[in-house]
Ligand binder design. Structure first.
Ligand code: PLP
Length: 359
């Protein structure tokens, strides 16, 4: 029987489904590290990771290229750790040299944390290079890949990442209510040795490990989010069907097409420099004059978040919206906002189409 209340009265989530979820996340990340699925949005998993790793006597190097990095540092500080923030202007990605300098000045640092892609500013940090600096200094390396997963390669094994946090709600086109972390043995050792790591708390990775992973994953822990967990399983199966490479390619085409259309319209990227444009979102600088933001808004075009609202517009070619039709629509909105002539708008549309095809 179907009804418009089809979300209700679902059978409870089974241990087998949760094992499937663990395995689907491990496959997505190409890792044999343990997967902890947390029954909450990614922001909570990030807080759990920060507080689990950051012992009161620990020193951490924390890269801040946007709001999530700043929060991560604050959580580690709240556990008593010494946190050295490596801050980049929000219109730039961080560099490996900046991170190297922070380790040189703080040789006792045992943790390096950073965000891969920044959805709010359209930046993507040079992940392999930054991770390599952390590894060279013997640090446990933590990556927030919530915005990058699905939009660009996330390769924890190749890059030597110890903790990779992912969520379904961005480029994987899934739900926000369940998230996951892949955690290496080195990271678990640091967490186990931290007397301040959360216990008897929703933030406790150690409790989840003890109750689920270390008991052979046979008994469901607590009361999981049945609908969100099933939705994430379906999202990951849809991604696997398209192939992660195909999903990434769509995002890459969407980025190239947006940049090409914007260039014809004379719009500049928010990100400065020619590197580090995230395939998850393109952020464009609002020109000082001659740009009617309200004419651009709609479809996949939105304002910048919070204090960035007057400064940039976002083209959210993310998840299922990393699609040719959505990007074409976005470029025509941008053309209207710039007051482009009909011929200029059609040149922008043609450049968008060519770039979509050319990747
Ligand atoms: C979206 C996002 C998160 C997760 O935030 P939620 O509040 O769980 O949606 C974390 N980090 C980054 C970089 C993100 O873009």
């Amino acid at each position: 029987m179907t009804s418009d209340r089809y979300l209700l009265d679902q059978p409870p989530l089974t241990a087998a489904e949760l094992v499937d979820l663990d395995e689907a996340v491990a496959r997505l990340l190409g890792t044999t590290d343990e997967i902890v699925v947390v029954q909450a949005e990614a922001i909570l998993t990030l807080e759990a990771v920060a507080k689990s790793l950051a012992a009161p006597d620990a020193t951490a190097v924390n890269v801040v290229t946007g709001p999530y990095g700043a929060l991560f540092g604050d959580w580690m500080r709240s556990s008593g750790a010494t946190v050295v923030d490596v801050v980049a202007d929000f219109d730039r990605v961080a560099t490996a040299d900046q991170v190297e300098a922070a380790f040189a000045a703080n040789p006792r640092a045992t943790i390096l944390a950073f965000v891969h892609a920044e959805a709010a500013t359209g930046g993507s940090n040079p992940v392999a290079e930054i991770a390599a600096v952390g590894r060279r200094h013997g640090a446990v390396v933590v990556l927030d890949a919530v915005a990058s997963i699905g939009a660009e390669p996330v390769l924890p094994t190749e890059w030597g990442i110890d903790v990779t946090v992912v969520g379904g709600q961005k480029s994987l086109a899934g739900p926000a209510g369940v998230s996951a972390a892949a955690i290496s043995d080195r990271a678990w050792a640091l967490i186990e040795a931290n007397p301040a790591a959360p216990r008897a708390s929703f933030l406790s990775l150690l409790d989840l490990r003890a109750a689920w992973i270390q008991t052979g994953r046979e008994a469901v822990v607590g009361t999981p989010n049945t609908l969100e967990s099933r939705a994430l399983l379906q999202a990951l199966s849809r991604v696997a069907e398209e192939g992660i490479g195909g999903v990434i390619e769509r995002h890459s085409r969407a980025r190239a097409a947006t940049l090409a259309g914007a260039a014809v319209l004379g719009l500049e990227t928010w990100q400065q420099g020619s590197l580090g444009f995230a395939p998850v979102v393109t952020a464009l600088r609002v020109p000082a004059s001659g740009f009617d933001v309200s004419a651009a808004l709609g479809g996949i075009v939105s304002r910048g978040n919070g204090p960035l609202a007057p400064l940039l517009v976002r083209v959210n070619h993310t998840g299922r919206r990393a699609a040719r039709v959505d990007v074409q629509d976005a470029v025509s909105r941008l053309a209207a906002a710039t007051g482009a002539s009909a011929s200029e708008a059609s040149r922008a549309a043609a450049a968008t189409a060519a770039a979509w095809d050319g990747v």
